[in-house]
Each structure stands twice: as structure tokens, then as C-alpha cells.
Write a protein that binds this ligand. Structure first.
Ligand code: ASP
Length: 585
């Protein structure tokens, strides 16, 4: 037996016990004839003591230990005179009587401690060492607890976990596919699933009734802090359900996770907001409702004809009211102006108005408007003394609202309204079914082509498809879209119409999705579901800024795994076997 105890479990109550521990040398220090070693394993850190006077040989051996050596020690648990309140084992130490070096270690390229000196690149290259750091491992432990609790909850509600294949053909979730050449079928490719969408629907046709899967999905998209080319979904589907049934079931799961993982009791039903309201009042389909600061639109009749050219020509003018920010200096406002004018945001400018202590408005457009008109603006925002109104204008209402959304989030952050430890959950419902692409001159499915239109809107499918609402919903927590789903089309006729609207000919639809529409001919139950992004949810619970930190072996922003150096070229013989040839572009 290599050990009798772990490095995280000994306390004063173990005093006097003889124990054997095994682990890594985090650091050692010598002080007046004594050598102290911090021994680390997954469970914690225990201080070892070697005494020159008592056993000079053993102490000599200890002095030779390098960082990250793997050792086994036997000794007696004793009370520490110099206690360390920062670690759970800080009251005790081990007076070592015997030691064995199980393995030496090269000097690690960065210090393996919570506060490391290693930059991002080096830590990713040596990710197996990075994962020894408690803070990083804790994120993966949290991830494990979450999947265990998901299985607990869904298992308790009769969901069964079914694996679906990874080598499939294209699934239309709107991203590019990763493809895999087939050796046995020359010139043909599998696609990796962007989600198990069609398979889970087929499982409903098969009568599985309640399915879930914690599953890897693959999307070839540009990467961001909350995107990885491979990510994990908690994918779920239910039969004989309406939208409300799905929302209730998964609101329950969310509450269960909050309670079991964060010990937060959410007693109130989650608010539901229509997509139209989310866009109107927050400029985003994933509003962060930890704080108010809703967007207000300023009517053209109030603004136009006063000689302020930008307002005269703008198609949309709107703003937010930042409570208590009237004391913002010129410099701070300039910084905000630069922020909204950044190319990623693209606003033309920023107008501000301070509400003075006497209730009057002091603004950058004072000379164009009478005090009465300025007061009307103040009332539109419900602003009071000490508040700062920030206004953006633009040629396109949707674009300008999105710019205001960025400004709102920025101000929320600056004013400390986005506390990582407070959580606000929200359902966004009633998404449009379709989205018009100006560039391509055609409609795209806003969610995916299997989402059902609201029955009351079906009659508009041919006459005014853009006005059709979908039975689709997203769950948003703190401005992060953690999950989304829909009630599905289960009628092959309607599904066919939907494919036509999306620009597929009947032949194309048959070739790509014939298996599904065909399955619907054999008695498909009404069904619907949802998928959660596990990585996003874990990083939200762990208070992380990037999902990479809760993934054991993530890719960098160029989609590379720098540790194993993937992707990489393959041998000419492999290419030949796959019937592929590469031509340099
Ligand atoms: N397959 C969908 C997605 O990946 C989720 C769903 O509709 O259940 O977003």
C-alpha cells in the first residue's frame, strides 16, 4: 500500500498516529537544522518535517529533494507550533521517520502553485502540470459534481442516457462542420455532430420518451472566450410535451444545480421575456438582468428639427440611464465614447446628459434643446438627480440597440452591478422562426430547421414568413446563454414546408434529411427539448472568464492543442489510403 492517508485529511484529532503519505514536493525550505517540505496531492498539502539532530541522513536526503519529486513518507502526526490557518491541514505536520523517492522530476517550467508565474502559453503546453494546481483542478472537480447532479436529477425524472454516433453527416446548427474522410468510402466524408439534434428526435420516434446525453459537439467557428471547437452539451429531449412542460422540467434542473452545487435556493419561478422585449429593452437576446438600466427609445418628434444634425437623420435614437453616475468626469465620458466607437461596437458617437442636484439636465446637446425638452428626455428615462443619461443614435434600430447593449454591460461592470456571486436566471421565449440574410437574400432558421412555428402563426408561413414566431426558448443566466431548445416539428408535411422556406429543393431536403421526414411518417410523437452548454455553465458557477479554464485539455484561440501539437500534417501514405491529395493554395 503506497499510502494510508491523503495529504488533505489529517487534523489535530489524528495526533500521534503513524501515517504514510505519497505525493509531490511542492516546495521545501531549511530553517535552523530543520527541513520543511510541503507535500501535495489532489486532496491538499501537508507539511513534512525532517530534523537534522534526530536523523541527519534522512534530513540530508530531504535536502536533495527537488520541486515536483514524487515521494512516499512515513511519520507521526504532530501539532504544529506555527499553525497555518490558510489550509485545512495547517494545525498539524508529519515528523518524518522514513522516506522513499518514487520518482525524480525535471524542474517544472513554472511554479505549480495557485499563484503561478507561468503565462497562458506555457501553461497550456504543459497542461498536465497546470492541472496539478489546485485552482485549476477545482474547476474540473466542480464540473464533475455538476454532471453527477445532472445525472441524479434527470435519472430521477425517468430520463435515460443514450449515446449517439460521432461519425455522422451534417447537422444544421448553423456552424461549419468538422469532417472526417472515410477510408472505406473513397471521396466521402463524415461530419462530426454539431449536436445530436436529429438523433434525439429519432429516439422520440422510437418511443424513448425522455432522453439525455452529456455529449461532445463540434463546431468549426471562430473562437472566443466562451467558444471551443469541441464543447460539451447536456442534451435533452422529451415526448408528449408543450413548451411549458419543458421549461418547468429544466427550471427544476437548474434550481437543483444551484442548490446542490452553489447552495443557492432559488424559490421564485424564472421570469420569462419575449425575444422582442429582450431586443427592445436590452438590445440583446441574452440580457443580463442582474441590473436594470433598460434601454429607452427617444421619439423622433422630440429630437428632430432642432439643428442637431445626427438626431435629424438617425433612424433610431436610444439610451440608458446610469444611476448615480452623474459625477463621471469628462475623461471618463471620453473613455466611454472611445469604447462605443471601437470597430467591434461601431457607434457613431455618444451623447450624455447629467441630472444635476436640482433636477435640471446638463448635456452635450444643451444648446439645441429647450430646458422643457431636456426635461422630457429625463422623464423618458425615469432619471433623477445624480444620474447620467447616455445616448446613442444610428441608421439601423437593431444595430444601435446592440451597441446600447454593449454600453449597458460596460456601465453595469463599471458600477459594480455584475457581481459574479449573484445570479439572475431568465427564459427568453417567442423567438422569430426565421432570420433574413441580406447578404444571401434568403431566410435562415433562427434556431434550427426542426423548430416548430407557433401554431397560431402557421398561416403566415407563405405570406409573411419573417413574422412567424417559433416555439423556441433560451435559458439565460447573468447574460450568458446557457441553454436553448424548442418544440419540434413532428409532422413530415410541415417539416417539408420548412425545408422549402429555407431554400432546399425537395430533392436536396430528401437527400439530407430524408431519414428524419421518413421517420415522421411512422408515427412521431409531439416532442421538444433543450441543450445546455456545460462548459459555459461550469465557468459561470466557478466565476471564470473563459470556458477554457474548466476544460481539461482546451484548444487555444487558433484552435490548436499546443500540448500535443494538433492539428498536424499526416503522412503521404495515410493520405493515399484516404484517397486524398493536398494542393497548396
Ligand atoms: N440542438 C440544439 C442546439 O445545439 C438544442 C436543441 O434544440 O435542443 O442548440
Amino acid at each position: 500500500m503506497y499510502r494510508t492517508k491523503t495529504c488533505g485529511e489529517l487534523r489535530l484529532s489524528n495526533m500521534g498516529a503513524t501515517v504514510t503519505l505519497a505525493g509531490w514536493v511542492q516546495r521545501s525550505r531549511r530553517m535552523g537544522g530543520m527541513t520543511f517540505v510541503d507535500l501535495r496531492d489532489r486532496y491538499g498539502i501537508t507539511q513534512l518535517v525532517f530534523n537534522q539532530d534526530k536523523d541527519a541522513d534522512l534530513c540530508e536526503q530531504a535536502n536533495k529533494l527537488g520541486r515536483e519529486f514524487v515521494i512516499q513518507v512515513t511519520g507521526i502526526v504532530s501539532e504544529r507550533s506555527n499553525k497555518n490557518a490558510h489550509i485545512p491541514t495547517g494545525d498539524i505536520e508529519i515528523i518524518v521517520a522514513g522516506m522513499q523517492v518514487l520518482n525524480c522530476a525535471a524542474t517544472p517550467p513554472f511554479t505549480i502553485e495557485d499563484d503561478t508565474d507561468g503565462g497562458d502559453d506555457i501553461r497550456m503546453k504543459y497542461r498536465y502540470l497546470d492541472l496539478r494546481r489546485h485552482a485549476v483542478r477545482a474547476n474540473l472537480e466542480l464540473r464533475h459534481q455538476m454532471t453527477a447532479e445532472v445525472r441524479n436529477y434527470l435519472g430521477g425524472k425517468s430520463f435515460i442516457e443514450v449515446e449517439t454516433p460521432m461519425l455522422i453527416s451534417s447537422t444544421p446548427e448553423g456552424a461549419r462542420d468538422f469532417v472526417v474522410p472515410s477510408r472505406m468510402n473513397p471521396g466521402q466524408f463524415y461530419a462530426l455532430p454539431q449536436s445530436p439534434q436529429t438523433f434525439k428526435q429519432l429516439l422520440m420516434v422510437s418511443g424513448f420518451d425522455r432522453y439525455f446525453q452529456i455529449v461532445k459537439c463540434f463546431r468549426d467557428e471562430d473562437l472566443r472566450a466562451d467558444r471551443q471547437p469541441e464543447f460539451t452539451q447536456i442534451d435533452c429531449e422529451m415526448s408528449f410535451v408543450e413548451q411549458d412542460d419543458v421549461l418547468c422540467m429544466f427550471e427544476g434542473m437548474t434550481k437543483h444545480l444551484f442548490k446542490s452545487i452553489r447552495n443557492i435556493e432559488l424559490t421564485e419561478p424564472f421570469p420569462r421575456m419575449t425575444w422582442a422585449d429582450a431586443m427592445k429593452f436590452y438590445g440583446s437576446d441574452k440580457p443580463d438582468i442582474r441590473f436594470g438600466m433598460k434601454i429607452a427609445e427617444l421619439p423622433a418628434e422630440l429630437l428632430r428639427g432642432h439643428g442637431f444634425a445626427p438626431f435629424n437623420s438617425a433612424a433610431y435614437v436610444g439610451g440608458i440611464c446610469a444611476e448615480g453616475a452623474a459625477a463621471y468626469t469628462r475623461k471618463q465620458i471620453d473613455a466611454l465614447t472611445d469604447f462605443v466607437k471601437r470597430p467591434q461596437i461601431g457607434a457613431k458617437g455618444l451623447i450624455y446628459a447629467r441630472v444635476e442636484a436640482d433636477g435640471s439636465l446638463k448635456s452635450s446637446v444643451d444648446k439645441f434643446y429647450s430646458p422643457d425638452e431636456l426635461l422630457r428626455i429625463k422623464y423618458l428615462f425615469g432619471a433623477g438627480p445624480g444620474d447620467l443619461i447616455l445616448i446613442i443614435y444610428g441608421d439601423d434600430a437593431m444595430k444601435t440597440r446592440k451597441q446600447l447593449s454593449e454600453l449597458r454591460l460596460e456601465m453595469g461592470g463599471r458600477l459594480g452591478l455584475r457581481d459574479k456571486n449573484s445570479f439572475a436566471c431568465l427564459w427568453v421565449v417567442d423567438f422569430p422562426l426565421l432570420e433574413w440574410s441580406e447578404a444571401d437574400g434568403r431566410f435562415y432558421a433562427m434556431h434550427h430547421p426542426f423548430t416548430s412555428p407557433k401554431p397560431e402563426d402557421v398561416h403566415l408561413l407563405d405570406s409573411d414568413p419573417g413574422a412567424v414566431s417559433a416555439n423556441a426558448y433560451d435559458m439565460v443566466i447573468n447574460g450568458v446563454e446557457v441553454g436553448g431548445g424548442s418544440i419540434r416539428i413532428h409532422d413530415s408535411e410541415l417539416q417539408q414546408r420548412m425545408f422549402r422556406l429555407l431554400g432546399f429543393t425537395d430533392e436536396q431536403a430528401l437527400a439530407r434529411f430524408g431519414f428524419l421526414t421518413n421517420a415522421f411518417r411512422y408515427g412521431a410523437p409531439p416532442h421538444g427539448g433543450i441543450a445546455y452548454g456545460l462548459d459555459r455553465w461550469v465557468s459561470l458557477f466557478a466565476g471564470l472568464d473563459s470556458i477554457r479554464d474548466c476544460i481539461a485539455f482546451p484548444k487555444n484561440t487558433s484552435g490548436r492543442d499546443v500540448m500535443i501539437d494538433a492539428p498536424s500534417t499526416i503522412d503521404a501514405s495515410q493520405l493515399e489510403e484516404l484517397n486524398l491529395s493536398i494542393t497548396a493554395k
